[in-house]
Design a protein. Sequence first.
Lengths: 221, 607
Amino acid sequence: MTTKTDTALCISCGKVTAAQLVCSGCGVVQSPTAEPDFFSLFALPRKLTINLEDLAGRYYALSRRLHPDLFHDRPVAEQVASLRATAEVNRAYRILKDPVSRALYWLSLHGESLGRDNERVPADLASLVFDVQEKLEDLRAERRKGGAAAAESEMRGIQGELREKMHGFEERLTESFTRSDCVDGHHAAALADTKKILSELHYLRTLIRDVEKELEPQWSA
Amino acid sequence: MERIVGIDLGTTNSLIAYLDDDGVPRVIADPATGRTTLPSVAAFRENGEVVVGDRARALAPLDPAAVVQSVKRFMGLGREHVNAVDRRRYAFAEDGAGVVRFHVGERFYTPPEISALILKELKRWAEAAFGQPVRKAVITVPAYFNDSQRQATKDAGRLAGLEVLRLVNEPTAAALAYGLDRRNEGTVAVYDFGGGTFDVSILKLERGIFEVKATGGDTRLGGDDIDERLAAWLLGERGAPAGGTQSRAVQAQALRAAEEAKCRLSSTEHTEVSVELQDGTGLERMLERATLEGLIAPIVERTIAACRQALRDAAMWPEEIDAVVLVGGSTRIPLVRERVRALFGREPLCDMNPEEVVALGAGVQAGILSGRRKDMLLLDVAPLSLGIETMGGVMTRLIERNTTIPTSVSETFTTAVDNQTAVDVHVLQGEREIASDCRSLARFSIPIEPAPAGFPRIDVVFMIDANGILNVTARDVRSAKERSVDVKPSYGLTDAEIERMLEESIDHAEADVAARLLAEARTDAETLIRQTERALRDESRFLGAEEESQIRDAIGAVREAMEGRDYNAIRDRIERLNVASTPFAQRIMSSSIKHVLERKTVSEVAS
């Protein structure tokens, strides 16, 4: 994915405005261009490391200018632009605030992806995954027999351990971000490390979701 | 500045509020009674009269077939969603599929039409308070309402003559009212257990921004279910299976008794309940609070499970929540408070009136939209995942639940067969993996130019707006032509249906006005005849010989016109009677004035 630096005409004053959400000439809200760079929407450099509090502050400030609630008595063109711009900012915020989705997005900006590696169980996690899946199968079997209180409480313990483990991985990911940022993503070793942790974290999340789904079945459709 | 109102359209009661000039939200009372809550009940009487609120509610035990209550539970539902309990309480149109229709008397009513009657009454209260018409409103909905339920609420507003500027989720509205005071910052859980629905939302309040982190709930779980269980238990005591054999009137009475007993048990440990059965015998029971708690524990546990899910979605532990706010009448139940306290490990807040807080929050949001509160902004989420049906009947998610709205996602579609002329898309909402387990929102067809399979590329954008309502646009990538997509709601009203209902209600309104004018003309005619006849009898000394017969003829003419329904004719004859009797009336008048003057003079002299 490449960022487009194409220009557009302001919906209000008609002057050329850079690919931003607010016209530099008259200050009127604009629809986002087809593929805006999420980092640049928040006026941030393309770095993996992000201060979440700072990001939230930028997100709130943008929302206060763009949100559709502020446009209901404005012309329809502005209402539509506000809706589209807010939807885009919300999407950008959602992707950037989560370290895993942020890293995947960052990789895509650099023409990289986790590729086929992501489809295999990461070697370091293989035994853990196997273990948890087996316990989940036990729990289901106990349930079929009726009454699975013991198996359930064991699974809750596993859930807690997995969450702890995930936090550890998230910290490692942050550290690897710092290393990758220092070399600006061009150092193969740093990048490979980031990708490996990402892949593991991704797997861990799926595993936690499986466990949680088993523990708390949906109460309604 | 035009006033925008905020409306809490509840299952049991509805309220209307606004933000005053000092930025304080206030509820508006019924100008006639001073009450601020309107029971969400409508009744259709045999004489064609439609009543809402307390008067309709009072009719429920007497004439249950004429009364519709808890209509909110049916908003946006299809006929196949109506269950056995519902069928015991109401008669429905049974033909075919589509929107639920209540069968009352000779007519059928959709849930939005009934809700519109309640909205119109509230609108009238506000118009009386402001002394000017009200056209724009914010209406609250349960956070867990799906797209069809939201659409239905918007339709109800439109039918009531209101432009619905925004639908606000109820727990979020409660948080707006709670967080108006800036001292209340941090992370808040709102536990909203009302008459028919349960919602839980977790929000971050920071410098005027209200960011919803996660929401969850059940749109068919509320105080009504508690009443149903208790009523079934009461009737079941006599060996009847869960109220199945009792008449509707007995069931309505048992429900009312159950509801009242439930309320009493929030402040006492035991209470007496009595229901009169079909065979005329009375049923009297002593009910312990513990018995009630045993009956409703499974319902309360479902709400606690929803809270745990919301916490997980927000990626938070219970102890990270700074405050728990209770909303909705069902939170008065001690067991509910106890379980909420146990989950969050802190005393829940209930210093705000749980019945009013949602309406007050709607009033705040109305104020934000009208520009009265520029410092506050609400960032809400989509409560349910949105997706499409893909190969093998699987639900493929495009937007995950708890995504901040507005949000959009685009998907590219192509064809599987050569020379296809259209691509069919089935939009789903829900958390289940299988398409048929999710709620069907809409099906639409995108027309395309015939081409070999896999050649066409159509980008479809699914946009969820700030109301949580889905909008779809499609673009043919090769021709770069925008195509408007005709999204047919699976369980909604079409624009044409709404137009027809609006026209009908205008027709009715005209008929209503004519009936009122006729009634008024007849009353005026009666009054005038009575007064004139009394004068003819008592003041005959002022009458000329021919005058009397002229006046009596004119009275006869008025009586004749009163037989008919033409109020203009009645007014016309009234006028002629007035002309005929004016000289007579003037003579009486001047004599009585003279009389008064004479007496006055005497009394003045006397003093």
